[in-house]
Design a binder for this molecule. Structure first.
Ligand code: MD3
Ligand code: FE
Length: 198
């Protein structure tokens, strides 16, 4: 077997959950998020029950995740602007494909990047991601800004600025959520979620 010089940077939390600490560079990613949000603004989506999410979202790539009174789905046109979602920056794609590959998922081909913005107090309740077509492709999550406590099944993963987590295999359909974000020296926590949706 080939010697993996970067093996110490890869931590397996449980089967299918791989953590890459400080894998992403916020100085590169945050200005790109601002550029995307200037075209497709952050908004609080309404969930089918009628409440609005505490997390503000936007998307880039071929497909964007949306929620409204009719349910959750992916669409190629942003319902807010009636325009296609902004293209996925090549820096985003390179990061996501590289992280997946480091975690053992060769050939990840994301067509969607959901951008979640958490102000202090915002949270994401426990749920399963099941609006995608192909559960063989992993999900790559990039945390930026304020830290957060990420919960998956019975595990809690503290995530900080620049941490990347890859979820695949048996973890792909696991229940997960994010505890309320605590105020700190930065205004927000951002999470980039790369998926193969279609
Ligand atoms: C584990 N977002 O947008 S990303 C979501 O931090 C979502 O904003 C969280 O859960 C956030 O759906 C977590 C990490 C994540 C995404 C999808 C998963 C973890 C997952 C699917 C299966 C298992
Ligand atoms: Fe999720």
């Amino acid at each position: 077997m080939m010697v993996d010089l970067f093996a110490s940077r890869v931590e397996t939390i449980r089967d299918g959950v791989v953590l890459l600490r400080a894998f992403a560079d916020p100085r590169i990613l945050l200005p790109l998020i601002d550029a995307i949000a200037s075209v497709a603004p952050f908004r609080s989506m309404t969930v089918p029950g009628g409440k609005s999410m505490s997390v503000a979202t936007t998307s880039c790539g071929e497909r964007g995740w949306i929620s409204d009174a009719r349910g959750y789905r992916y669409e190629s046109v942003d319902p807010l602007t009636q325009r296609p979602w902004p293209a996925m920056p090549v820096e985003f794609r390179t990061l996501a494909v590289g992280a997946a590959s480091r975690a053992g998922f060769a050939g990840f081909d994301p067509d969607s990047c959901l951008i979640n913005r958490y102000a202090p107090g915002a949270r994401m309740g426990a749920h399963v991601d099941k609006d995608e077509r192909d559960f063989d492709q992993p999900i790559v999550s990039v945390s930026l800004g304020l830290p957060a406590r990420f919960k998956i099944a019975d595990a809690v993963i503290p995530l900080s600025d620049g941490d990347v987590v890859v979820f695949g295999g048996p973890a792909r359909t696991a229940k997960h959520g994010v505890s309320p974000v605590v105020a700190g020296p930065l205004p927000y926590r951002f999470n980039l979620t790369f998926r193969r949706a279609g």
